[in-house]
Design a protein around this ligand. Structure first.
Ligand code: V47
Length: 380
């Protein structure tokens, strides 16, 4: 039996268990753990997507953000040896690399002629590189590209650098800020559940350390993103637990900007016996993220991971952000991704427009960007 609210919004589902959830979503009420499990368990993915799209349009209308950014991975040498990863190399491995600072500055300047508004910097947990290397990298980039926002170092890297430099997390964050870090990316979150984390990335900080580091970063005024790696050995309850833990921290700090679901790519990892995720799993993940994370402003479809085709569909299943020009991607391509290395502004706009949405170029903090021939202006 449909309720008045559900009928009014012409919501349809053949799974009656979704009706009380729809009732809450349409009334703007918060969903519970059990609701989250139900959203993963139903076969009516289109109904889940309808609800996520409703929330997305309530928040952003047709506006779809995209950004012009460049990824820089200064080193792939890593002590962590995570089973999920195809990017990291042990010290001494001939396939390992570490950029000299000048090389990193040249990398930053190379690529498309379009002026980038963001450098996205993440890398391996290098056993020998001192904290100063990373601070000098950021300082040098700021001197050379003063208009470019620096989004650098995951919570995992921050915790590792702090330990190596014998500093507290607070002290580490202060030094990062003085050097010129503007915000932080969302990587390294994986899945917070200990049972899963101990198998896919047992050498990384645990889930509560990741969340506490994010809390501290937000306290120091950094905005950050949050990710979830799905499609490996986690179950639906692990995913809901992960999302609700993020929602809890966001209630406290308000410091997260964007949630980015990341599909596991098994090739060249220690988990290469696992199958790749399917299109509907990817789409459902975007939608459930939008529905459970009611206090996150943005859900990002990262086309490098989803493929441009699925990322475009995600724009009608809860995502309001399409990241980005990227230019050069290593983490997924080492793990078998067949997507292109980068996309132009024009290509991103075409994907967005053909999804029936309105493209808006943004900077990292979601201010609108307007462009001249070879530069940009941020509307603050
Ligand atoms: O933390 C590593 C994941 C993340 C694999 O904040 C893998 O704007 C799939 O966090 N298969 C790094 N995933 C990427 C990331 C990111 C990407 C785009 C935007 C933002 C942002 C953040 O990639 C890692 C890990 O979760 N990862 N190996 C793999 N084999």
């Amino acid at each position: 039996m449909q309720t008045e609210t559900v009928r009014k919004h012409s919501f349809r589902t053949y799974d009656s268990r979704l009706e009380p959830i729809a009732e809450k979503v349409l009334a703007g009420e918060r969903l519970s753990f059990e609701d989250g499990v139900q959203l993963y368990g139903t076969s009516d993915v289109l109904a889940v997507g309808w609800l996520a799209n409703h929330v997305r349009e309530r928040m952003h209308g047709d506006v779809t953000y995209f950004n012009v950014n460049r990824h820089i991975n200064p080193t792939n040498v890593c002590v962590a040896n995570c089973r999920l990863c195809a990017f990291g190399r042990k010290k001494g491995d001939p396939a390992g690399y570490t950029m000299a600072l000048e090389e990193a500055f040249e990398t930053a300047a190379s690529g498309y002629s379009e002026a980038v508004t963001e450098f996205h910097i993440v890398g391996g947990l290098h056993p020998d590189l001192p904290f100063e290397y990373f601070l000098d990298l950021v300082k040098g980039l700021k001197e050379r590209f003063p208009k470019v926002h620096i989004k650098a170092f995951t919570m995992v890297e921050v915790a590792f650098l702090a330990r190596r430099a014998r500093l507290t997390i607070d002290e580490t964050l202060v030094r990062m800020k003085i050097a010129g870090v503007d915000s932080m990316p969302g990587g390294g979150a994986e899945i917070f559940a200990t049972r899963v984390r101990s198998i896919i990335c047992d050498h990384k900080i645990d889930g509560s350390e990741w969340l506490n580091t994010a809390r501290l970063a937000h306290k120091h005024g950094f905005r950050s993103n949050a990710t979830m790696l799905y499609g490996h050995i986690e179950n639906d309850e692990d995913r809901v637990d992960h999302l609700l833990k993020l929602r809890e921290v966001q209630d406290e700090t308000g410091g997260f900007q964007t949630f980015i679901p990341l599909a596991f790519h098994p090739e060249n990892t220690a988990l290469d016996h696992l199958p790749v995720t399917t299109g509907l799993t990817d789409i459902r993940q975007v939608a459930v993220g939008r529905l459970l994370l009611d206090n996150f402003a943005h859900i990002k479809a990262y086309w490098q991971m989803l493929t441009p085709k699925i990322a475009q569909i995600a724009l009608r299943f809860g995502a309001d952000d399409l990241d980005g020009t990227v230019i050069e991607e290593k983490i997924y391509h080492d793990a078998g991704a067949t997507t292109p290395q980068g996309m132009t502004r024009k290509e991103l706009c075409r994907l967005i427009t053909e999804a029936g949405r309105v493209p808006v170029e943004r900077d990292t903090l979601y201010h609108a960007v307007t462009r001249t021939e070879d530069s940009f202006v941020v509307a603050v």
